[in-house]
Design a protein around this ligand. Structure first.
Ligand SMILES: [Zn+2]
Length: 119
């Protein structure tokens, strides 16, 4: 297994989770500090897109980042602005360790809709 120092630049995979067999991109929005979940456009034909202003984060696979295979809205209906980086997510999780009330850093509405709306 490679250590972070051995990673090839530009080789980080997208920050996705798989839920019910579907990949969900973990993203930022302009509303609040929580992470949100974006479903693949393959589940909602005609919706493929990504934020025009999305600046690909350093270190990530640019081919995957440019692939417009996500819907432009999160599971809870917000427009997303950028993929949440792994570093930002780790920082949120670490901050939650000190304050259990902040430990739930994923949008509960997105989590609910992922449970109930995905086929
Ligand atoms: Zn959400």
């Amino acid at each position: 297994m490679r250590t972070p120092q051995q990673l090839i630049p530009g080789s980080l995979p997208l920050n996705e989770v798989t839920f019910g067999g579907h990949p969900l991109l973990r993203v930022e929005t302009s509303i609040g500090p929580r992470l949100h979940l974006v479903p693949p456009a393959s589940l909602y034909p005609g919706t493929a897109g990504r934020p025009a202003a999305w600046i690909p984060p350093e270190g990530y696979d640019r081919r995957q980042v440019r692939d417009a295979r996500w819907t432009p809205r999160t599971m809870c209906g917000l427009r997303w602005s950028a993929m949440a980086t792994h570093a930002a997510e780790i920082a949120r999780a670490a901050a939650g360790d000190d304050d259990p009330a902040r430990g739930d850093y994923v949008c509960p509405a997105c989590a609910f809709y992922a449970l109930t709306e995905l086929p």
